[in-house]
Design a protein around this ligand. Sequence first.
Ligand code: SF4
Length: 217
Amino acid sequence: MKIQLNKAHYPVTALGPGKRIGIWTQGCSIRCPGCVSLDTWEADRSKAMAIDDLIAWCKRVAGGAAEGITISGGEPFDQPKALAKLLDGLHRWRNTLTRPFDILCYSGYRLEKLQKEHAALLAKLDAIICDPFVEALPTVRWWRGSDNQRLIVLSELGQARFGRYVDAAIDEPKRFQVVADGKRVWFVGIPQRGDLDRIESACAERGVELAATSWRA
Ligand code: SF4
């Protein structure tokens, strides 16, 4: 089985605690106004990757060192069968490790809808950050794009890793990673309003013009 993938990266330190593998799916039908990841919206079969190959890549880049895996998008729950297969593979890998990684997933769907339609998927996660992004709301809580979004702990491991962050405001400088992969410069983390325009200006000052950005149509 394949999953439509926008990108994957290791290490990610700006979307969950510790050193993590980041997996971004391709395709989002929710389309929140103000979304900064417009490049993930269109489903795209040309970006499909075999799930076994994706898990093999995770093992290769991180070995047993990853403290967590963050699955974001796009909208991961728009590919429920592929997400289930991916999570099953990650669980099989985790069961072989002495130090287990946690699995955090983002979704723009409301928790109540996920509980009704995807309870089996929620049972495979340690934590979820859910609800649509609301541009008008500030973002002061850990790893959330807007403060209406809920961090829900879903397992004992999730409680150990995420429990203290559920309602806490960020109390350290925010992490924001910028990655260049030869073709694209992309960011990992939750930007503050205006951060991306500031990055674009900083690039321009250094002679780098961005041909297209994910935060403007
Ligand atoms: S914020 Fe997330 S859920 Fe909302 S449109 Fe963007 S990718 Fe989709």
